[in-house]
Design a protein around this ligand. Structure first.
Ligand SMILES: C=CC1=C(C)c2cc3[nH]c(cc4nc(cc5[nH]c(cc1n2)c(C)c5CCC(=O)O)C(CCC(=O)O)=C4C)c(C)c3C=C
Ligand SMILES: [Fe+2]
Ligand SMILES: [Fe+2]
Length: 340
């Protein structure tokens, strides 16, 4: 029997500082996230970051937490429930970090008689710190506990027309009547990650990422962010001059992809952009990084710098048209189990 596992990043168990610390420890000690050799990674994470960040992050989580829990997990559960109504195979969720884990999701599927799993990492774009670590973890768990189970992984869907149409429609519906610019703010990654995961060695993080074709595109997060933006604005019919791409949520002293979202928000009003719409398409579900970092902190930065209106456009969350996309992506992969 076949089944579907939806995998997202995961959140702390609660907003208590100790739970946030446990979560950040697991997250940041992942070598696909902080890719230093183990000794330096633990020096940085356990010796420095975990001494101050959990308190700050716990306070931020408190501002977005709902009665049902973390928004990221609540939305992932909503996707699961809606998808379950549309397909005739079991659907479960698993988080890369903390609970409910990937192991827990696979176990639940197994208990329902599933031996062939389609796994959808809930990230439109490929990155070492997202898609790759999900696949690596799922394979580790599969080999260790469920060697008899087959897993078929859905590839990043940033360039799929069904996804682009869905995102474009969702944004179009929520755009305010008047705005000077639409900012696409994607989660950043250190530049080093892009070089490291480019098997073709053809991306140098310049205009190559915006070319129609380049051998590195399949693994280039920067290209995939540009591509989503380009296709979506084409569908909405927005001129390029009215659109900005920036990268948010940087951590540490490494050079991350630029331009940075926070610096851009601070500079826009000076350039005459006072009415802004902003969307975050690296995330399919609203989470700490959108609800706090953009909707609250980003808005404050923009307004403090002289901005007048700041319209945050929510993620796809559990919109029906997005559930249809998830269904199509999963069904395609479910059918592949028959192809030898
Ligand atoms: C959407 C894709 C994501 C990429 C790429 C990504 C890379 C990345 N993230 C960190 C560090 C942190 N990210 C945090 C939260 C967080 N990150 C993503 C997604 C991506 N991260 C999501 C969906 C969330 C929100 C989780 C939630 O519970 O709502 C955090 C924790 C919060 C905080 O303390 O700010 C950290 C830390 C790195 C270092 C990285 C790439 C190297
Ligand atoms: Fe992150
Ligand atoms: Fe590139």
């Amino acid at each position: 029997m076949k089944g579907i596992l939806l995998v997202n990043l995961g959140s702390p168990k609660s907003t208590k500082v100790k739970d946030v610390k446990t979560y950040l420890d697991e997250f940041l000690m992942d070598e696909k996230v902080i890719d230093y050799p183990w000794f330096f990674r633990s020096l940085l994470v356990q010796g420095i970051i975990l001494n101050f960040r959990p308190k700050k992050s716990a306070a931020a989580y408190k501002t977005v937490w709902t009665d049902e829990g973390s928004p990221l997990i609540v939305y992932t559960e909503k996707i699961q429930k809606k998808l379950q109504k549309l397909v005739d195979v079991p659907v479960e969720i698993g988080m890369r970090y903390a609970q409910p884990s990937i192991e827990n999701g696979i176990r639940k599927l197994k208990e329902k008689g599933v031996s062939e799993i389609v796994l959808l990492p809930l990230y439109p774009q490929y990155a070492m710190s997202t898609t790759e670590t999900v696949i690596e973890k799922a394979e580790e768990v599969r080999k260790k506990y469920f060697p008899e189970i087959k897993i078929n992984y859905i590839q990043p869907f940033y360039n799929r027309e069904i996804y682009i149409n869905c995102l474009a429609e969702s944004i179009r519906e929520k755009l305010p009547e008047n705005f000077d610019a639409l900012q696409f703010s994607y989660h950043g990654v250190p530049e080093r990650h892009i070089y490291k995961t480019d098997p073709t060695n053809t991306c140098n993080l310049t205009d190559c990422c915006s070319r129609d074709k380049n051998p590195s595109h399949q693994f280039c997060y920067r290209h995939q962010c540009f591509k989503v933006t380009e296709e979506v604005i084409k569908k909405i019919g927005l001129p390029k001059e009215k659109v900005l791409v920036t990268f948010q949520s940087r951590l540490g002293k490494d050079k991350w992809m630029e331009p940075y979202t926070d610096e851009t928000l601070e500079n826009l009003p000076k350039k005459g952009i006072k009415n802004l719409a902003i969307v975050c398409p690296a995330f399919v579900s609203d989470c700490l990084e959108t609800l706090e970092e953009i909707s609250v902190e980003g808005k404050e930065i923009f307004e403090h710098a002289g901005g007048e209106t700041f319209n945050y456009i929510p993620c796809l969350n559990d919109e029906d048209r997005w559930i249809e996309v998830v269904k199509t992506l999963c069904k395609e992969k479910l059918n592949e189990f028959y192809i030898i």
